[in-house]
Ligand binder design. Sequence first.
Ligand code: AGP
Length: 614
Amino acid sequence: MCGIVGYVGGRPALDVVVDGLARLEYRGYDSAGVAILAEGALTTAKRAGKLVNLREALAEEPPPAGTLGMGHTRWATHGAPNDRNAHPHVDCSGTVAVIHNGIIENFAALRSELEEAGHKLGSDTDTEAVAHLLEDELKAGGNLADAMRRVCRRLEGAFTLVAMHTGDPDLVVGARRNSPLVVGVGDGENFLASDVAAFIEHTRDAIELGQDQVVELRAGGVAVTDFEGRPAEVKEYHVDWDVSAAEKGGYDYFMLKEIAEQPRAVADTLLGRIGTDGRLTLDEMRISDQELREVDKIIIVACGTSYHAGLIAKYAIEHWAGLPCEVELASEFRYRDAILSPTTLVIAISQSGETMDALMAVRHAREQKAKLLGICNVNGSTLPRECDGVLYTHAGPEIAVASTKAFLTQLVAVYLIALYLAQVRGTKWGDEVFAMVQLLDGMPEKVDKVLETMEPVRELARSLAGERCVLFLGRHVGFPVALEGALKLKELAYMHAEGFAAGELKHGPIALIEEGLPVVVVVPPRARAVLHDKIVSNIQEIRARGARTIVIAEEGDASVEPYADTLISVPAVPTLLQPLVTTVPLQVFACELATAKGHDVDQPRNLAKSVTVE
Ligand code: AGP
């Protein structure tokens, strides 16, 4: 989720661009850069770290004053966060500069083609290939916009691109596919940005670019076409948000925005990992197939919500890869005498990559000579550096302390690893892996569908704001979902909440059931009849004792209706993938209930986004 700013007009472009980047800092980033076109030349400056580092570089060596410029704050996906990989990236001649937000899936093939043609690429990024592609297309004729359209037709994946060329000294060009780009329409000046927060101090008139569109930005006007060059209808709108609301995309809280971003986050985490033949390609893990075939045990270590992702991973790994899998709280792991060996694969899951409990567990496993794989959302954080391999989630910066989109992308990552293990170890046939991968590829749409039906959940949450306690029940992968639902309510609404394996109820917890006590029950798909029927019995047991049953079940599951005081339906999906759709109502429920209690859901009391102490 990089930050992008472009400008053309009468003001000093450097000021407009750097101030715009400052407005986008909330998005989280690890490096920043600018490009200014002045006196017929392009000057770029870029630094790893925070914006202050870039400002220092610009103060030491101010670029020539120009009225055309663009800037970028990078959230690293391909290539470590350093000066070399920071944007903008330029072509061989230094006359084309480009900045990018997103993931270009076919960049490796494009990069090889460019290098074979003699281009010299110096960074590890997917973006740099675009600068060189533009260089070639400009030689083929037309202006920068023509070149951009031809290049975009060759790109696969999600991208927002903004570029400048010394041959078009009054033109900034933008393009987008599956990644946001908005135009700020001024008087004698125009802006481009990843979101309106970057320019609303200058103008509140904006144009949201549509899918597969290219925009030509000049001081005097804006022209929009599709990738084929056909003029596109544009709709101007007026932004009435204040800056704070703009940073949250119009939502009251980052958490709400991040819940809404989950379909995109899930899709981005799948990008580039499913080959055209349906086989998984996880080369980035840097652990060879042979090493994976030699693994005889997996231990997952994590904390909090990430631990719940690990619990779900266990079911997937055992079912698809046929490997024994333990899941351990990172803070407990090194105090037990875990049996580790060089053929043990320890998987550490951490959104931040800085959780000290997780890092200490990794260091303990390293001492025991285990193989280490990290699942992390922050490129360049500590965890990936201490593991043999890493699979990054692509949730983008998660600002709210309570983890939502990062959790769903962790599930995608563990599913990919479990299926990849099955693929390389042959525990599932190629067509079985392919079939499940196709279902996984369809999950963003299912998550989107859940988000569209959440109003009754919000009403329910508000009606329960006065409750003292809520219990959560689940079986199989629904049990970690119940734990996650309880954690969300604890950390946001400061209420007592507890998750149980539904089969455990009769061994004690059922004594907690009393008249009117809200109990959320996550019901497995009917396809798992043995699990499904048992949990329906559990619902009857608690209802008979006065519980208020809130049931989450797949659409069309009529068997639970007689016992559900509230029924929340989710799309029918395979058993192991069900947490991707059943978790979302619990996130919305906890967020809405906490909001009804007047809590700041982004910064809950006593909590930190990354717990960097043991
Ligand atoms: C999740 O909502 C919490 N904020 C917390 O439990 C978190 O999951 C835990 O601290 C682990 O953080 P990590 O994923 O960054 O390692």
